[in-house]
Design a protein around this ligand. Structure first.
Ligand code: SF4
Length: 214
């Protein structure tokens, strides 16, 4: 039954929405301005919490995502999570549009998993858009300094990336009930502690996430 339901969610050759645990995940995009050393997009064949996450020949429109979401009983899920096999902020306006659509169907807990680069991607203070739309934001911090971030995440924004992530986060904490910054467990302890201090300095919680090997 689950397979049957999941197969119907294939768009452009990829799983556009899928269940993982109790939650519903939206695979918004495969694009990302970073090339993190630990990114599964570099290190796996298209899987994360589901298989077939690479889109072929385009990505679904926001309307196509919404058509898929409408087929589900969204009230069943404790969380609806915008993630990607890529960075959801690359489709920021579409994600916000979908949040509005979901909100119109009732009370749902909506989370966005992001690298926090939405301000640089959109060219505006995008974190303001989260107000009233999103219940939780999980932001990958990954390093405590701009140089460390650049060395690990190879962002197209270079040394501007980490300061922009911290500005995004400091606005998000004013507009979203739950904001956390995360780092992977394989980092040295001292760097994890430095990341914790950076996260707390902008008002976010800090969470150490397990590294997902290939
Ligand atoms: S920010 Fe996320 S999607 Fe982008 S390269 Fe890093 S791990 Fe991959």
């Amino acid at each position: 039954m689950e397979n049957e339901r999941s197969e119907s969610n294939l768009l452009y050759g990829a799983r556009a929405i899928y269940e993982h645990g109790l939650n519903l995940y939206v695979n918004v995009t495969n694009r990302c301005p970073n090339r993190c050393d630990f990114c599964l997009r570099q290190n796996s064949k298209g899987s994360l919490y589901a298989d077939n996450l690479w889109y072929q020949g385009g990505e679904p429109s926001k309307e196509e995502f919404w058509a898929l979401l409408q087929r589900r009983d969204l009230h069943r899920y404790p969380e609806i999570v915008f993630c990607g096999y890529g960075e959801p902020a690359c489709r920021w306006d579409d994600v916000m549009w979908l949040c509005d659509k979901i909100r119109q169907t009732g009370s749902h807990f909506i989370r966005v998993n992001t690298n926090g680069l939405a301000n640089l991607i959109t060219g505006r203070n995008a974190a303001l858009d989260l107000d009233g739309r999103v219940d939780a934001v999980s932001i990958s911090l990954n390093a405590s300094t701009p140089e460390g971030y650049d060395a690990l995440c190879h962002s197209q924004f270079g040394l501007r990336a980490l300061p922009a992530i911290l500005r995004f986060t400091s606005t998000a904490v004013l507009n979203v009930p739950h904001v956390r910054m995360t780092a992977v467990s394989t980092m040295p302890k001292a760097e994890l502690e430095a990341c914790r201090q950076v996260a707390e300095s902008v008002g976010a919680d800090f969470f150490i996430r397990e590294y997902i090997p290939e």
